[in-house]
Design a protein around this ligand. Structure first.
Ligand code: HEM
Length: 407
């Protein structure tokens, strides 16, 4: 009955618009008010409604209907053939899905093709670092984002972390690829399919007894949650590149931000919540990401799986102790301690002492007489991350889930 009510709410919420109906479903727990101003958004204005009370009023009721009608397998099957941004939708799609996808695949009016082209340059120049950062740092950070860790662990994909990493890698790869938002690229398709997958999760997770007994909210993946995770991606990447003192021209860093602003819009986030500048993004991250980080039993299990990632394709440098040392180095002692990662005696100090100079030498900003051994070890380390990242990019299709993690 409880689940039926939640399903009814998702449908009802879609019919009435996002906010009013969903407010009923919000947890009663007291929390800090939402104070981030929409003046800092890509729109520069907005209602300022708390995004913890906003989900996806278009996709959620649509997927609720698909699940009720038993249409999800057919829709997944048909959408498997839709790969390129400019490709017409396959014949046979139900009319409501077709209408939704036709609307959702449009770029926002504020998308700037010049910036998107510059973002490609940035991604090409910085691809090596991005392999480590998207492939690992963002993933490890996600394990200490409680609402995401619980949602991921108890949803269908939680049973198969490697598959999930491939899918997230696809998102990072598609957004950075040369033709990401061009007709022959795949990013718009990836974003729309992810939006549908998230709507599936919103409908299904409330039926998981594991999730309901551990999550403090009634419906997962609010627009607030999406922005939290968003900050674990571009904001964390840019924070880390800045901490490593990688020189990045302002035009490239703005363009990188822009490509992620567009992706947030295409994931269904309202423009009023998408930061318009890095200053606004950092301010929002300080408000929404930094204070909520915390360990959870689910996040610990996910982190444990991630630390064994290198084993899978026998990457000799990406061993569990080394990945642990990297987590401590990039995300700090508190997060490493939460994740019960032991201090590593060789790589820990090596990263502390030699990573900074390595980056400076690599960037041509410093010539050292002989950093040789550390330099080449780090260079190989980066290369193995790129290999790992690329190995995860098997052709995959993002699909609407039909069930939760059975475990
Ligand atoms: C699914 C990316 C935010 C939880 C997916 C998928 C992608 C993705 C590419 C589809 C592939 C798959 O099946 O695994 C993103 C991005 C986000 C974001 C780029 C923000 C910028 C979130 C948030 C949560 C979440 C905030 C939870 C609070 C999930 C879950 C699935 C999923 C549970 C389904 C996995 C499954 O069971 O198969 N996401 N996501 N995501 N996402 Fe997200």
């Amino acid at each position: 009955m409880e689940n039926l009510n939640r399903r009814a709410l998702l449908k009802f919420g879609g019919a009435l618009g996002a906010v009013g109906a969903f407010a009923v479903a919000a947890p009663a727990t007291a929390r800090t008010p939402w104070t981030w101003s929409p003046a800092g958004s890509v729109l520069g204005e907005g209602s300022g409604v708390d995004p913890r009370q906003v989900w996806d009023p278009e996709a959620d009721p649509l997927v609720a209907d698909l699940l009720d009608r038993g249409d999800v397998p057919r829709v997944n099957e048909l959408l498997r053939g839709w790969k390129k941004n400019g490709q017409p939708l396959p014949d046979g799609l139900p009319g409501d899905v077709r209408d939704f996808v036709e609307r959702a695949r449009q770029l926002p009016s504020w998308a700037d093709q010049n910036k998107l082209a510059t973002a490609v340059e940035f991604n090409e120049k910085r691809g090596t670092y991005l392999g480590v950062l998207y492939g690992f740092a963002s993933g490890m950070l996600a394990t200490v984002i409680p609402q995401e860790a619980r949602a991921v662990y108890y949803s269908k994909g939680g049973a198969n972390m490697k598959g999930r990493i491939s899918r997230t890698a696809k998102f990072g790869y598609d957004i950075g690829s040369r033709n990401a938002y061009q007709p022959d690229g795949e990013m718009m398709v990836t974003a729309v399919k992810t939006r549908l997958a998230h709507a599936g999760v919103r409908n299904l997770l409330p039926k998981s007894p594991h999730w309901t007994s551990s999550a403090p909210e009634n419906i997962p993946i609010s627009q607030h949650d999406i922005m939290v995770t968003w900050h674990s991606l571009p904001t964390t990447v840019m924070r880390t590149l800045n901490a490593w003192k990688v020189p990045i021209p302002a035009s490239e860093s703005d363009a990188f931000l822009h490509s992620w602003q567009v992706s947030a819009h295409m994931l269904g986030v309202e423009d009023q919540y998408i930061p318009g500048t890095w200053a606004a993004a950092n301010a929002q991250a300080e408000q929404v990401l930094d204070p909520i980080l915390a360990p959870t039993p689910e996040g610990l299990k996910l982190a444990d799986m991630l630390l064994d990632l290198g084993k899978q394709i026998d990457l000799t440098l990406l061993t569990r102790p080394v990945l642990g040392a990297l987590t401590r180095f990039v995300l700090g002692d508190q997060i490493a301690d939460w994740l019960l990662i032991p201090r590593e005696p060789v790589w820990g100090p090596l990263l502390e002492v030699s990573w900074g100079p390595f980056i400076q030498v690599r960037e041509g900003l410093l010539t050292l007489p002989n950093t040789d051994e550390a330099y080449w070890t780090f260079d190989e380390f980066l290369r193995q991350f790129v290999l790992l990242y690329m190995s995860e990019l098997r052709p995959i299709s993002i699909e609407i889930p039909e069930f939760n993690n059975p475990n």
